[in-house]
Design a protein. Structure first.
Length: 215
C-alpha cells in the first residue's frame, strides 16, 4: 500500500495556520564497533517543518528512561565501557518519530607486551665447511625476528631468511651475528655472538655408486 504524507492543518482565530510537515527520518543511526576507551559518533538525518529537535536515549528503542544529557543534536559522540544500544527521538511542532536502535559494540583492547630477550645467542665454533646454530629466546606478544651479520646494533647487513628465533650459519671466516626481536610496541636487540670456523675441513662424503667396477 503506498505511503501517505499527512499534513496537519489547524485554524488560528479563524485563519489557516502555516502547514506543519511531520518528521520523516531519512538517515538511521548505524551500529558500530569500537575498542574499549575509544569513542564513536552516531548521527541521524530527518526532514519536516523546522525547528526539529533531537533527544538521544540509551537503551532499546522506545525506552525513554535514560536520556543522554549531551544528546540533543543530530549527532552524538559516545564512549561506552560496555556494549550498549542507543536511539534518537526527532520531533517538531506536529509530531515525532523514533529512530531504529544502534548498537555500539565494545571490544577489549589487545594488550601488547614488549619483547624481552631471556637467552642470548652464544659464541660458537665449527669445523670449516660445517654449520653453527644460533638461537635466541624471548618473551612478548607477536614477536618477529631479524638476524644481522656484524656487531650489535649494526643493521647494515641483514641475513637473508634470518627471520626466526634460530639461525644456521656457515661463515668462511670469523663473523659476528646478532638478532633484533620486535613487535608492535617495542624491540630488543641481542648481544653479538661470534662464530669462528676451525682450520679443519670436513670432506664431503658421497655414497658409492652401485654397479661400478674398477679396472
Amino acid at each position: 500500500m503506498p505511503s501517505r504524507t499527512f499534513i496537519k492543518l489547524s485554524l488560528c482565530f479563524g485563519l489557516m495556520c502555516p502547514i506543519c510537515v511531520p518528521v520523516s527520518i531519512s538517515t538511521q543511526p548505524q551500529s558500530a564497533t569500537i575498542t574499549a576507551g575509544r569513542s564513536v559518533t552516531l548521527s541521524a538525518g530527518a526532514s519536516g517543518t523546522s525547528p526539529l529537535s533531537y533527544q538521544w536515549y540509551q537503551g532499546p528503542m522506545g525506552d525513554t528512561s535514560k536520556p543522554l544529557p549531551n544528546g540533543t543534536g543530530a549527532s552524538v559522540t559516545l564512549s561506552p565501557s560496555t556494549t550498549t544500544s542507543y536511539w534518537v527521538r526527532i520531533s517538531n511542532a506536529c509530531d515525532f518519530r523514533n529512530s531504529a536502535g544502534a548498537i555500539v559494540t565494545v571490544e577489549e583492547e589487545d594488550i601488547c607486551i614488549p619483547p624481552s630477550i631471556e637467552a642470548q645467542p652464544r659464541v660458537a665454533t665449527l669445523d670449516q665447511g660445517g654449520f653453527a646454530a644460533l638461537s635466541v629466546r624471548a618473551s612478548g606478544t607477536s614477536l618477529s625476528y631479524q638476524w644481522y651479520e656484524g656487531m650489535a646494533f649494526d643493521t647494515s647487513s641483514p641475513v637473508p631468511g634470518g627471520t626466526a628465533d634460530t639461525l644456521l650459519v656457515s661463515p668462511a671466516s670469523t663473523a659476528n651475528y646478532w638478532v633484533r626481536v620486535a613487535n608492535g610496541c617495542g624491540l630488543d636487540d641481542s648481544s653479538a655472538a661470534m662464530v669462528k670456523p676451525e682450520g679443519r675441513f670436513i670432506r664431503p662424503e658421497f655414497p658409492a655408486r652401485s654397479g661400478c667396477r674398477r679396472r
